[in-house]
Design a protein around this ligand. Sequence first.
Ligand code: PBG
Length: 334
Amino acid sequence: MKITGSYPKTRLRRLRKSKWIRNLVSETTISSNDLVLPIFVREGKNKIETIKTMPGVKRYTIDKLHTILNQVQKYKIPMIAIFPYTPDSKKNSLGSEALNPNNLICRSIRYIKKKYPDIGIMCDVALDPYTSHGHDGIIFNEKIDNDRTIKILVKQSLLQAKMGCDVIAPSDMMDGRVGIIRKALDRKGFYDVSILSYAVKYASSFYGPFRDAVGSKSKLKRDKKTYQMDFRNVSDSFREVALDIKEGADMVMIKPGMIYLDIINRIKSNFKIPVLAYQVSGEYCLLKEGIKKKLFKEDAIFESILSFKRAGACAIVTYFAIDIIKIIKNLQEK
Ligand code: PBG
């Protein structure tokens, strides 16, 4: 790219001199259409519980979900991602609770689809909320066994689809699962159920607060580096996305977000598929802490979410989804 012009004929500040002209030439926007809100559900009745490690984020019993879903509806957020907090008594080494048609996720999907049919539901496919060891797959001969795990993930996907889940999101990082899940969904007639593959998921320290929110942190022995990606690598991300597209993914996720904007940008430039990004729990906590300590204002949230759009993401999964819309409304009114 050739940069032309020079001072004093060219003055870049002319395009920054007032709010209207800045708005006129702005290249990127965020609206509620670009957001996905993760929601944590728990067993029991009449409870909205704070999560110590994630200030401002709550766990809801199903009968209290309306308090948050009414906001999702009001602010026109297209999709939510639901995550279960599973009691220890329901965990085992095979994560069997994942396949219980009456588990927390299944009951939540049924409730939400009945009461809020226009809100899209995305569900993780992975075993970590259900395993006694906190891993996304099952352990065989002391290893996370890829092919044995996929057999369970396929059943988990079919069950979620049957309950009414719109978007199946495998977040487990087993090889080959997207193709096998797509085939199984089609065989059962679930042609309209989408697959949003967590194609690019790095083994990150920034998932810590989430693991606490779903109750898997204290269970987890060893890290997830034999299946989640090595953050020193870029080429893996191209291979993961290419394979998942070939296997039938409709959309791909990149995760974490803020410190992986280079990856979002490269994937967006190289593949013609919707790219979503996940601003994960650790990123949320960092921003939240900075605001609490008055190191910066809430506008920092807007800036961080906008950077995902600028990098090329079509949507962002973020615990700030509702806050962002309020901030946008405020900015418009100013
Ligand atoms: C589970 C899963 C994780 C997240 C989403 N799905 C954690 C992990 O892989 O350990 C992280 C989300 C966040 O940190 O906000 N497979």
